[in-house]
Design a binder for this molecule. Structure first.
Ligand code: NCD
Ligand code: ZN
Length: 336
């Protein structure tokens, strides 16, 4: 059984910088045609110069593997229309983090005052720049995403022409929002389709599965599976592959993030095959994103997988991947 995917896209990807970038960029660049690159570096990507320089470093680290980094800027309510006009052709989206909600988000937004946001969000709507959001409040950890639903609703209503991407959704409530507002879309990670909080903390604590948003309840995972496996047109794959060195994960004070980039297509193939929904995988890993992000250009890439055992490496440099040392059922056998 062969599966050929056309131009797989990872619409939520952390590539970091310096040595970590050198380790992880070639892995995504090999199997994906492009990825939406998150801007939460230290300091975050907030200027044209920083964005262009980071893009260059990514391309260099990708070893000319025909991979397009779709760049994002770290949202600031002070971005003016003139600034956005000047940078619009260099970026694909702008990513909004509530302040302190996750890794390197201290410079994020500390409140959602619609009038404060109006000039920047109106300019983004007019310029067709999508807004990606890490949608969590700072409430009780299991309720943070559900509590954020009112913010999504407020933004979707006030800025009906703005494309808003709910990043890495993990709850039934977020899935329900997709059908309530025309301008809300979502990415779903690999790990949130596979695990619940039980896998993270139900037995011995699994630091390599700890991420933000935290994995939720079985019924939440079911709701995510339903739209991903069903090829829901407003849902796309975004791995949120977020590498941290082993010492930062296996530590007192574990960094949030699951590293899945090099196993994502193999595990997605297994998952879609298991549910007999293979015909929807192409929509989930590429076609939906191409329609939602009408501003992206696609690098041609054909990735072929076969039902053949693949043993996940124990580590990639300093990073431990999800399923380290375990057997997967699908392998990538050809990339053109
Ligand atoms: C991400 C990271 O490490 O940059 N961590 C995570 O747990 N997902 C940030 C993010 O997307 O929240
Ligand atoms: Zn992320």
């Amino acid at each position: 059984m062969f599966i050929t995917l056309h131009a797989p896209l990872d619409m939520h990807l952390h590539l970091r910088d310096e040595a970590m970038l050198e380790t992880v960029a070639p892995l995504s660049a090999e199997t994906f045609a492009g990825g939406l690159i998150m801007p939460n570096l230290v300091p975050p990507i907030e200027t044209r110069e920083a964005l262009l320089a980071y893009k260059e470093r990514i391309l260099k680290a990708s070893n000319e593997q025909n991979f397009t980094p779709y760049m994002t800027l770290f949202f600031k309510p002070t971005y003016t229309k003139e600034f956005l006009e000047s940078i619009k052709d260099e970026l694909t989206a702008i990513k909004l983090y509530p302040a302190g909600i996750t890794t390197n988000s201290e410079g994020g937004l500390s409140g959602f005052d619609v009038e404060e946001l109006r000039p920047t969000l109106t300019a983004m709507s007019e310029l067709n720049i999508p807004l990606c959001i890490h949608g969590e409040t700072n409430g009780f950890v299991m309720d943070r995403e559900a509590e954020f639903a009112s913010v999504y609703a407020m933004l979707a209503t006030n800025f009906p022409k703005l494309k808003i991407i709910m990043e890495h959704i993990t709850t039934q409530e977020s899935v329900a929002l997709l059908d309530k507002f025309d301008n809300l879309y979502a990415t779903i990670t690999l790990h949130h389709l596979l695990i619940t909080l039980d896998d993270v903390a139900g037995g011995m604590l699994q630091p390599h599965l700890f991420c933000k948003p935290i994995a939720k309840r079985p019924e939440d995972r079911e709701a995510l599976l339903k739209v991903a496996l069903g090829g829901h047109p407003k849902v796309m794959f975004g791995s949120d592959s977020a590498p941290h060195p082993q010492h930062a994960k296996e530590a007192c004070g574990c960094a949030a993030g699951v590293f899945t980039a090099p196993i994502a297509l193999q595990v997605l193939s297994e998952l879609f095959m298991k549910h007999s929904t293979m015909q929807k995988l192409q929509a989930f890993v590429s076609d939906n994103a191409q329609k939602i992000y009408s501003n992206i250009k696609i690098s041609p890439k054909l990735v072929t997988l076969e039902e053949k055992e693949f043993i996940v490496p124990h580590h990639y440099g300093e990073v431990i991947p999800m399923y380290a040392g375990e057997k997967l059922q699908y392998s990538i056998i050809d990339i053109k």
